[in-house]
Design a protein around this ligand. Structure first.
Ligand SMILES: Nc1ncnc2c1ncn2[C@@H]1O[C@H](COP(=O)(O)OP(=O)(O)OP(=O)(O)O)[C@@H](O)[C@H]1O
Length: 730
């Protein structure tokens, strides 16, 4: 997504004293014409402009709350659900309708503002995206006298220290550290949170408007979206700032003093800084944007000139006495139109989830492999790194193999090959060391006299280099082969050099050999110390022998049939090939015969067929028939093989499924009992009334119920708080 300018919409509030001689709002051309009376105080030379023309992105002079939402917010909210950041700012002088626009009026559901409507849309959009798991968090921040307060905390705003700070992460994302952001699971919950926070807003007595808000408030909807179908470690974070700025009028007009003057000074300052940021952003040759001058501009850094889709609503109050403030608001609005943003989808990869995903994949693959091994009739295969005990066990096997006490080592995995090579190397080095410590004996025996140091004595003399077919050979360049080490690859006992004496026990086995380990394991099992969780592969083998016997028999039957059919197909193919060869040979002989006949000087009739030729023709015909039969048999059997293969796959699937079900029942978690349905609910008169009221609201407007419930619950919370001992003011 490329750069796009901040969208600016002007909304004029309705008034009984509309100054028609001063204002002309044109919704058709989205412009406003203003005529100002001459300023008498300007003296004889009056340079003040009398007429102004403002062109905006949209002008709304008599719009309903619904129209304002559709025009200013709907698309921004939808973009937020797509993963973009969004901001909607309400700017304007006190009483111009900022709070009315953002929060809404008191008339009721239809009068609700952008925030409750945005909440509804977020949840309905989330419901329309079943492929995504969406988490919604909310935060509500108040900036008052350059301090920041959390409107959603249980601690009253008056008891907060206002020490929330703004931080910027490595990607330049702005966050308010210390600000709570509870999760809202439903529209009603989110509305409840919003209404609760709203009641905490600081309201001060003000000369112009008793209910005036003297602070900036930022309600933020944070959306975290993970795909249920794609990789879940991909997370899209987006946020929607809904900002209700404090009145933009200047201090001198308010006639304030004391605390109010201090408030107004702060508001003026932060709005002046906001203007400076906007002016700097509108200037192509700027070298610095002073975001950090105020909390407000720092918090809105993303929204102004950053990664965000931003809309500003300039609220104006079109009365004669508000001319100067309206002109000032409209001037700011047109400057804001020059600010451009670059929005992009905020995709992150959750590293913890990535690791968990890979771990899960490895586990699944191991299980798959184990199942495959069992189906293929392979004994327990070790894919993990060997434990010290297992290494010792293998070392004993290798020693027995080298000593000639073991005919062959069954190689079950590449891991085992690596481990076995390790054993051979250690054995080799150990023997080398032992021989090096017995030089005299070696010299006496005349061994290794003409060999390089450390090489000869332990080198298995029976092993010619480059012998074929051994475990570990590179099989036609396809990597290390796995299978049975051929007995012939074992060095004969008499050829062994430097074998340490006295290691074998009486039974010819070395201590700690495989059988010892097996016995040890058997003892452990007998003591009931079986490791948990139960090994799936072992469980599978046991299950096939008992509970899953019928499935295993089916599977085995299919396997046998497949083997037989394949053999039949192989025979048919061999026959067909043999017959084809016979046909070729007979044809050749016949051709030769006929060629000889053509050259016969006796001049016998070419049509005459002698006995030999007749026999050849007959034989050729016969062979062709046999060839066709063999070929047809092969085609038929091939179809049957394909069918049996399919049946085998089905048998296998049934076998695995039946086992999985059995395993799940045996070792899985117990199924949760369905939640008990409350029986015979009894309602008191208030509950009965609430239910009837809910029914009535729902029939009036299906979406209104959550709004009404949330408002009712927020009001109840306020009543309860008031009943608690009052706390001191700020
Ligand atoms: N479009 C409108 N339709 C009906 N009433 C409106 C409209 N705009 C504003 N009002 C009414 O005007 C009064 C002042 O509006 P509001 O409190 O929203 O102003 P404000 O700009 O938020 O002021 P402040 O800066 O003090 O917060 C309220 O009673 C509000 O209901």
């Amino acid at each position: 997504m490329g750069r796009s300018s901040v969208r600016v919409v002007v909304r004029a509030r309705p008034t009984a004293s509309y100054a028609s001689q001063n204002f002309e709002f044109s919704e058709a051309s989205d412009s406003i014409d203003m005529r100002l009376p001459k300023d008498d105080t300007a003296g004889h030379v009056n340079n003040q402009q009398e007429a102004w023309h403002f062109k905006l992105d949209k002008v709304l002079s008599n719009a309903s709350q619904e129209q304002v939402f559709e025009c200013c917010a709907q698309d921004v909210v939808r973009s937020v659900m797509e993963g973009y950041n969004g901001t909607i700012l309400a700017y304007g002088q006190t009483g111009a309708g900022k709070t009315h626009t953002m929060t809404g009026g008191h008339v009721g559901f239809a009068d609700r503002g952008i925030v409750p409507r945005a909440i509804s849309l977020v949840f309905s959009e989330a419901a329309a995206r079943p492929e995504s798991s969406i988490t919604v968090r909310l935060s509500y921040l108040e900036i008052y006298n350059e301090l920041m307060f959390d409107l959603l905390r249980d601690v009253a705003v008056s008891d907060q220290s206002g020490d929330i700070t703004i931080v910027e992460d490595a990607r330049g994302n702005i966050q308010a550290r210390g600000l709570s952001a509870p999760v809202a699971a439903s529209e009603e919950e989110a509305l409840h949170v919003f209404f609760q926070g709203d009641t905490n807003r600081h309201v001060a007595e003000h000369a112009l408007n008793k209910g005036s808000t003297r602070s900036h408030v930022v309600f933020t909807i944070h959306v975290e979206s993970r795909s249920r179908v794609e990789s879940s470690e991909k997370v899209i974070y987006s946020k929607l700032h809904l900002v209700d700025l404090a009145g933009s009028e200047r201090v001198k007009k308010t006639g304030s003093d004391g605390v109010i003057l201090q408030e107004a000074t702060h508001i003026n300052k932060s709005l002046t800084f906001l203007e400076q940021v906007v002016v700097a952003l509108g200037n192509k040759h700027r070298d610095h944007v002073p975001y950090r001058q105020s909390k407000l501009t720092h918090l809105l850094k993303d929204s102004l000139g950053g990664n965000c889709k931003t809309t500003m609503i300039a609220n104006v109050w079109p009365e004669a006495k508000m001319l100067q403030e309206t002109a000032s608001t409209l001037r700011f609005a047109t400057r804001m139109m020059r600010v451009s943003n670059e929005a992009s989808v905020n995709v992150h990869l959750d590293p913890q989830l990535l690791i968990r995903k890979y771990e899960r994949q490895i586990k699944d693959l191991k299980q798959e492999l184990a199942m495959h091994d069992t189906l293929a009739g392979r004994s327990r295969v070790q894919y993990e790194e060997y434990t010290p005990d297992e290494v010792r066990e293998l070392e004993e096997k290798v020693k027995m193999y080298v000593d000639g006490e073991l005919q062959e080592i069954e190689v079950s995995s590449l891991r085992m090959v690596y481990e076995a090579f390790g054993c051979f190397r250690r054995l080799y080095q150990q023997l080398g060391t032992e021989l090096a410590s017995r030089p005299a004996a070696a010299a006496q025996q005349g061994e290794g006299a003409d060999q390089a140091p450390g090489a000869g004595p332990a080198a298995p003399q029976g092993h010619a280099p480059g012998r074929e077919g051994e475990v570990g050979d590179d099989e036609e360049g396809r990597g290390i082969s796995v299978g049975l080490a051929p007995a012939g690859s074992r060095p004969p006992a008499e050829e062994r050099a430097g074998a340490p004496a006295g290691e074998a026990g009486e039974d010819g086995r070395t201590p700690g050999s495989l059988s010892d380990a097996s016995v040890q394991r058997a003892r452990t099992l007998a003591r009931g110390e079986e490791e948990s969780p139960p090994d799936k592969q072992a469980a599978f083998a046991g299950w096939k022998a008992h509970e899953g016997r019928a499935f295993e028999e089916d599977f085995e039957k299919c396997r046998v049939e497949l083997r037989e059919r394949k053999e039949e197909m192989r025979v048919a193919l061999t026959t067909a090939n043999a017959k084809k060869r016979e046909i070729d040979e007979a044809k050749e002989r016949l051709d030769r015969k006929q060629a000889d006949k053509g050259m016969d000087p006796s001049g016998r009739d070419e049509e005459f067929i002698d006995e030999e030729e007749y026999a050849l023709i007959r034989s050729l015909k016969e062979t062709k028939l046999q060839y066709r039969q063999a070929f047809e048999t092969h085609t038929r059997v091939r179809t049957e093989v394909m069918q049996v293969e399919r049946s085998l796959q089905q048998c296998k699937a049934r076998l695995v499924q039946a086992f999985e079900e059995w395993y799940g029942l045996q070792h899985g978690h117990a199924q949760r009992a369905p939640a008990a349905v409350p029986q015979g609910d009894k309602f008191d008169s208030q509950e009965m009334f609430d239910r009837m009221e809910a029914g009535r609201i729902e029939t009036q407007h299906p979406d209104a119920l959550a709004f009404h419930n949330a408002r009712k619950n927020a009001a109840r919370d306020v009543r309860q708080k008031r009943a608690a001992p009052a706390r001191g003011g700020r």
